[in-house]
Design a protein around this ligand. Structure first.
Ligand code: ZN
Length: 261
């Protein structure tokens, strides 16, 4: 029954997509192809726009007393543009090896194609967020299209994992008050990032590792990619980043954990 409802929903969404195509000029139309366009992500470095929870309190154990009330160091790994049948399993394997969890902002088209991969990611203890249906610049779309992009990806995620996402990340970090408002109406909190190692540009494993390690501070949000192109450098950089930051005393948390939720 749930599958029937979902298929009905997708059919409705496809109809919505046709409407969008008819109402947009040729250079601003939304792709109706199921094959996602490889995202070309601009280099932007943004701060998290959501409100932050209070700093976690330190428990009064003997160990924490010796650190005189210093807060534990927490940091969040986030992966955009998946799921990818090639790279997402490799990322999951590394996360499991180091016993850490991350937040994955998935593209609806790919969730629709690989719902089992998203379910596996979710069941491993990771958080799934909404990264729109087909990775457009939301600031260039009508309000109707923004709503469609977010709600259709949310529906695909709900079908895959049984619950709707609570977080979204706008493609390219491109956002405005309208996008935030529509997302909020859909129950989605916008999450950007604080560290961008530009892994999508294949700058080399050492460059990815060095940028993350040189910028890592308490409560950083690291942007990486598990889909949308060649992510082999990301996969090779990931164990080096995790092990180095764990040695520095960082604990890896999901974005909801970072926000205190
Ligand atoms: Zn993206």
């Amino acid at each position: 029954m749930r599958k029937l409802l979902y298929l009905f929903l997708i059919a409705g969404l496809m109809w919505g997509m046709v409407v969008i195509d008819l109402t947009h000029s040729a250079d601003a139309r939304v792709s109706s192809s199921l094959a996602p366009r490889p995202p070309t992500i601009v280099s932007v470095k943004n701060k998290v726009t959501s409100s932050m929870a209070p700093t976690p309190t330190v428990s009064q154990s003997a160990a924490s007393r010796s650190h005189s009330h210093r807060s534990p160091l927490v940091i969040a790994l986030t992966f955009d543009d998946g799921p990818s049948p090639v790279y997402t399993p490799q990322v999951l394997s590394i996360l499991q090896r180091y016993k850490v969890h991350a937040t994955f902002f998935c593209i609806g088209e790919w969730v629709h194609l690989y719902p089992g991969l998203v379910e596996e990611t979710f069941r491993a203890g990771n958080v799934i967020g909404d990264h729109t249906w087909s990775h457009p610049d939301l600031t260039k779309l009508s309000s109707y299209a923004v709503r469609w992009q977010l709600s259709s990806a949310s529906a695909a995620i709900q079908y895959a994992i049984g619950s709707p996402p609570a977080l979204f990340r706008p493609p390219y970090g491109a956002t405005n008050a309208t996008v935030v408002s529509i997302a909020s109406q859909l129950g989605l909190l916008q999450i950007l990032w604080t560290i961008d190692p530009r892994d999508w540009a294949l700058p080399g494993v050492n460059a990815i590792v060095n940028i993350v390690l040189s910028h890592a501070t308490n409560r950083s949000i690291i942007l990486m990619h598990d889909g949308g192109g060649d992510r082999s450098e990301t996969v090779r950089a990931l164990p080096l980043i995790i092990s180095a930051l764990q040695q520095r005393g960082f604990t890896f948390v999901t974005v909801p954990q970072l926000l205190g939720g």
